[in-house]
Write a protein that binds this ligand. Structure first.
Ligand code: PHE
Length: 360
């Protein structure tokens, strides 16, 4: 009897040790402790023994049952630990691997610089306004105090579009972003503080002029806005944009029909040695036009110039992009040459912000 028990225990121990995974181990458990298991049968067989043997045999069977149960549990946790180890090894990742390569698409320098300009003026409390590329005579010229005989209206500069009917207002491709001033003031009551970047068109083509180019307009109208605000705003902008506080800025008297007084804004530069360096030397380079909004412009949109006043400015985006990033020929902006874009373009993740450093 004792020998049989020892043999059974040894056989079960062997099966348990041989079980290679939890399913196999479960099979061993059922074969030993299940309803018809070998150990279960033993316990059941107690009833067939003579009463004087039952007590001792019962104790031996139960002790066997307990040891088998323990052996099964020990094997189960060993198998689980091994399975976890295997999974950890299989799912291991090497966090020291370099990041995946950047996508190869590039943001066009004009788009990037537009975002830079928007970031700077957003910080000053400006919002972004837009207007259509196809404008009517009133918004592009009339409301901006540009009289019918003004040279800017000549066919030479302006792209006129065919219009329906003789009496229809002439339609043009906007020659500047200034019509967005008019649309902004027509859209709601003052005060206004907007910039309006966008495409503009003039019949012109050489190394520094393209028939389609980009401008950004600025407009600030309030009750007490004056020339000091214009100067402070533009000087701050220029320092932020070129990322240098020491750039000299000069306001030079000029003329625009829609501003009075008007000033063109120059920045200090050096042209010696055939190279242009911003912020050095004693030369000047014009980068934008500005002025106090003309009373006639305010009247054209129904504002009382005695009550409301302010300033406006307009700047060529392509021009300042060439200056900031050292791009020599404007025409290359519009060639759609991928090699050029790879060289001068910006990674898509490179979103300009004044807090994060504009251009890094
Ligand atoms: N619209 C002018 C231009 O295209 C620029 C400008 C805008 C000047 C606003 C003064 C005020 O040259």
């Amino acid at each position: 009897m004792d020998q049989d028990l020892a043999a059974l225990e040894a056989a079960l121990a062997q099966d348990i040790a041989n079980a290679a995974d939890p399913a196999a181990l479960d099979g061993v458990r059922v074969a030993a402790l299940g309803k018809k298991g070998r150990v279960t049968e033993l316990v059941k067989s107690l009833g067939t023994l003579p009463p004087e043997e039952r007590r001792e045999a019962g104790a031996a069977f139960n002790a066997l049952k307990e040891r088998v149960t323990e052996a099964l549990a020990a094997r189960r946790s060993a198998l689980e630990a091994a399975a976890l180890d295997a999974r950890l090894a299989a799912e291991r990742i090497d966090v020291t691997l370099p990041a995946r390569p950047e996508p190869s698409g590039r943001i066009h320098p004009v788009s990037q610089v537009t975002e830079e300009i928007v970031a700077i003026f957003s910080d000053m409390g400006f919002s972004v306004a837009e207007g259509p590329d196809v404008e009517d005579d009133f918004h592009n010229f009339g409301a901006l105090n540009i009289p019918p005989e003004h040279p800017a209206r000549q066919m030479l500069d302006t792209f006129y579009l065919a219009t329906a009917g003789k009496d229809a207002q002439p339609l043009v491709l906007r020659t500047h972003t200034s019509p967005v001033q008019i649309r902004t003031m027509q859209a709601g009551p003052p005060p206004y503080r907007i910039i309006a970047p966008g495409r503009t068109y003039r019949c012109d083509y050489d190394a520094t002029h393209a028939p389609m180019f980009h401008q950004v307009e600025g407009l600030v109208i309030d009750r007490h806005t004056h020339m000091g605000h214009l100067k402070g705003c533009l000087i701050d902008f220029i320092h932020a944009f070129f990322e240098r506080e020491d750039i000299k800025v000069r306001f030079r008297p000029s003329f625009f029909p829609f501003t009075e007084p008007s000033a063109e804004v120059d920045i200090g530069c050096d042209r010696s040695g055939g190279e242009l360096r911003i912020g050095e030397g004693d030369d000047w380079l014009e980068i934008l036009g500005s002025g106090m909004v003309h009373p006639n412009v305010l009247r054209a949109v129904g504002l009382d110039p005695e009550e409301w006043q302010g300033f406006a400015f307009g700047m060529g985006i392509d021009r300042v992009t060439m200056l900031k990033y050292g791009i020599p020929d404007l025409r290359t902006f519009f060639d759609a040459d991928l090699r050029w874009l790879q060289h001068y373009g910006f990674p898509a993740q490179d979103v300009p912000s004044t807090a994060g450093g504009l251009s890094r």
